[in-house]
Design a protein around this ligand. Structure first.
Ligand SMILES: Cc1cc2nc3c(=O)[nH]c(=O)nc-3n(C[C@H](O)[C@H](O)[C@H](O)COP(=O)(O)OP(=O)(O)OC[C@H]3O[C@@H](n4cnc5c(N)ncnc54)[C@H](O)[C@@H]3O)c2cc1C
Length: 417
């Protein structure tokens, strides 16, 4: 079977890899000159199944109102006359209750845990490296209230069989010695020893090269304009290289997937949530994380990537606007400076990307429902790197008609019907 993969971010490339491994002919199309140049370019670098949590949580609307008043708020909403944005926000609020939170979190954990296992297998199979480390994650609490709220997440982690440990300040410093300097700022942490870190961009590019060596055709610098259909089947894709045809089509265009699907009558509840990162050259390893840390106060992730430190975070609802905003950089610098500081900020690179978020936090992986040969793998939001290998392997199995290794029915777009 010939499968056309639309999108060469971390999701499209992992999908292409697993499809090719199952023996399919694969052609991947991406508008950028190389793979992994948009949202997969400079994310926070966490492969964090243990931290897989939907934003839609009980109490979020109240918290969001409070955040919006603060200078360093983790969430910014720029009101727009965009019905898709308001629809998405209403769906998100509808998920802010305990039942939905527990359901969404447990299916995110299922996919993310599977994904971490698939990534481990891939490392063994291909010897791929990507400034990766397998040293866990520390969620850092600076306030007693943050520590008090860890109980609910720990209950779900325990139910899902995910190892975790609640740390006092000494435990945090033992896990991340550079935090010893600022122990007085801390109240404790939650350590997820099974979590990992690594550069998603490096991974995407290296896996794309491995896939190409196995016969996957990479068609970069090619823009997808739209899909042609006939009798509930996709018959081709119009691109800047002309019409390209295959037997099956996989849409993995991140935040741009809803725009491709809308003319086909498919309303995909994926909306861009803008985030920012700083990539800082390492100057002092003793003042840098050994692994990856989440600063709960600013919702900022700080990760060691080889000789660099990646600081990522903030969420802005502002449509497809990718302008860099100086005040967002200040928040990243503040969190990094207060906790670590072992990097040269004057040589840092500031970046922004659009997370493809669903309102319930779970990606959309499965058949499109309307067109038998159109498949979707998108909507990974804050966790696309974490869930990439599992989602790629799952969609490849589904397209091939193979029984996947995990439950998958509740991951498809059918849950929004
Ligand atoms: C600041 C920030 C921090 C993050 N931190 C983490 C983290 O620590 N851990 C984690 O798991 N996740 C993290 N994420 C989320 C993660 O980066 C994303 O979920 C993931 O990169 C999405 O991958 P994707 O392949 O779906 O999208 P993309 O990487 O955006 O890929 C989509 C591809 O489609 C192509 N494309 C789009 N439209 C067209 C078109 N019309 N024609 C041709 N090609 C097209 C683009 O060129 C692009 O390459 C973070 C995101 C941000 C913004």
């Amino acid at each position: 079977m010939k499968v056309i993969v639309l999108g060469g971010g971390v999701i499209g490339v992992t999908s292409a890899w697993y499809l090719s491994r199952l023996g399919h002919e694969v052609e991947l199309i991406d508008r950028q000159a190389q793979c992994g140049m948009e949202t997969s370019f400079a994310n926070a670098g966490q492969v964090s199944p243990g931290y897989s949590t939907p934003w839609a949580a009980p109490g979020l609307p109240r918290k969001a109102l409070g955040w919006m008043l603060g200078k360093h708020s983790p969430l910014v909403i720029r009101a727009r006359l965009d019905p898709a944005m308001w629809r998405w926000m209403m769906q998100l609020v509808a998920n802010c209750n305990e039942d939905a939170y527990a359901r969404n979190k447990s299916r995110m954990l299922r996919l993310a845990e599977y994904s971490r296992d698939c990534l481990g297998d891939l490392r063994v199979e291909t010897a791929i490296t990507y400034d990766d480390r397998q040293r866990g994650l520390v969620q850092l609490f600076r306030k007693q209230s943050q520590l008090d709220h860890a109980g609910e997440d720990m209950r779900i982690l325990a139910e899902s069989g995910i190892s975790h440990e609640l740390l006092d300040v000494a435990g945090v410093v033992a896990a991340e010695p550079a935090l010893g300097r600022v122990a007085h700022l801390l109240k404790g942490g939650l350590r997820l020893p099974g979590d990992e870190s690594g550069d998603a961009h490096l991974f995407t590019q290296r896996l794309a090269a491995l896939a190409q060596a196995k016969g996957v055709r990479l068609r970069n610098s090619a823009t997808v304009y739209g899909l042609r259909s006939e009798d509930r089947r996709i018959t081709g894709v119009d691109t800047s290289f002309g019409l390209i045809t295959g037997d099956a089509y996989l849409a993995a265009l991140g935040s741009f997937t809803p725009r491709l699907l809308a003319p086909l009558g498919i309303r995909l509840p994926v909306y861009p949530v803008k985030g920012y990162s700083l990539t800082i050259p390492l100057t002092d390893p003793d003042r840098a994380p050994v692994s990856t840390v989440n600063d709960e106060t600013y919702k900022v992730a700080i990760t060691r990537l080889g000789e660099r430190i990646r600081v990522g975070g903030t969420a802005e609802l502002t449509g497809y606007d990718t302008r860099l905003r100086a005040e967002r950089r200040e928040t990243l610098e503040l969190s990094f400076g207060e906790l670590f500081g072992g990097g040269d900020l004057s040589r840092a690179t500031f970046w922004t990307g659009l997370r493809p978020n669903t309102p319930d936090g779970t990606p959309v992986v499965g058949n499109s429902g309307r067109y038998s040969n159109l498949w979707l793998n998108t909507g990974h939001g804050t966790l696309g790197w974490t869930m990439a290998c599992g989602s790629g392997r799952l969609i490849a199995d589904l397209i091939a008609g193979k029984r996947p290794n995990i439950e998958y029915e509740d991951l498809s777009i059918a849950r929004y019907a």
